[in-house]
Design a protein around this ligand. Sequence first.
Ligand code: NDP
Length: 252
Amino acid sequence: MSETIFYKALWAWMGLACAVFVMLLFVTAPYGRHGRKGWGPSISSTFGWVTMEAVSLVAMGLLFFLGDSQGDPVSWVFLIMWTVHYFQRTIVFPLRRKNPGRDMALSVVAMAAFFNVINAGTNGYYLFHLAEPYGLSWLTGPRFLVGAALFFCGMAINIHSDNILLNLRGPGKPKYSIPDKGLFRFVSSPNYLGEIMEWIGWAVATWSLAGAAFALWTIANLAPRAITHHRWYQDKFEEYPKQRRALIPYIW
Ligand code: NDP
């Protein structure tokens, strides 16, 4: 694919993210607590999560090994950052969720897998096929250092917050309760905040339009869902802390 076509396609992909953002303000993605009928046949949600996220691991790995940038250590660093995130998301997170028996619409799995294959595809294609070698000195430059710090800080917040949620479930515990540890004291969806930080960090560390497109898509998916979660908590629990925000501490 020529560079010009690649960048045109990326801009179109980013335009679609903006449209999806607006759409998700009105139509909540039907999975988890917002799952509902009318989205076609369902499959086990654990199987759905593993399948739709595995696509990202496989696509990135393939693009790396089919590319010619294995001689650049920075390519390995990007591959490792991606793989650490997606190993956690594909294998560890779905198997730790405590909602056996819950189903997920196949259409949601298909849409998420499509989103994942395009994001992994554009990032892997740019990093391992299109970009000039970054060179070792990239790893000590400000863009990589700031981006990687944001990425790993976001990952820590995301995993820690998901852990708090997963620990709310168990024998004798209600299906949903109010999380009150960690950053949940400030916002309703710190796991989403961490995820958004991660991909903004990735965009900065790779300094790429493909990275920026992925960050934009993550915001488009998760910011509307954070609003919906926040309203859901407020409707469901009268005692829900009034000072808690949806996604950004003290602000929003
Ligand atoms: P949620 O916060 O909705 O749920 C996470 C897990 O915790 C689920 O198993 C959920 O159960 C359970 N849970 C949530 N709230 C409570 C509560 N109050 N009491 C008890 N259990 C609770 O996250 P998502 O499922 O939407 O996302 C999971 C991960 O995937 C997140 O880390 C998110 O950042 C990431 N993600 C990334 C996207 C991207 O675009 N990059 C898009 C979507 C997700 P249940 O499923 O039964 O509600």
